[in-house]
Design a protein around this ligand. Sequence first.
Ligand SMILES: [Zn+2]
Length: 148
Amino acid sequence: MSKKAKYRKIHNTRYYTPHELAECVGVTPKTIYSHIELGLPADKGVKPYLICGAEAKDFYCQFYNKTTIDHGKDEVLCHGCGRVFSFNNIEVKCTSTGKYYNDAKVQVMVEGRCPYCQRKFNRFKSMKAVKGMKTGATIPIAKLIGKE
Ligand SMILES: [Zn+2]
């Protein structure tokens, strides 16, 4: 069963310890603690922490939908912190790979760092998607277009 389907089994009306929640979601307890850092609401006044089912469900609904859908062509999902950001607003290096998706789309490699956790990323994107981005490298478009 996918993680996405698993979190739906969380009961709205009960409280979970990180261990219990980890089983429900299908991740390790350590991951649950990292999710708490990312904004999963938890009652930290007690040990182990207690997480309200309804709040956890809300969090995972957003979290997993973000990681699977809901991000645009100019956006990148950070594999470090799970946040989605647009690369139009940050400094990136953009290099052509010399490949085409089709006649109109030229493939480029976009490299940069996550603005939240500074983790490096690199993604293949189409020229269409990178229009308007801040770029640190020149893309030899003329060269590519002329290529058969
Ligand atoms: Zn990140």
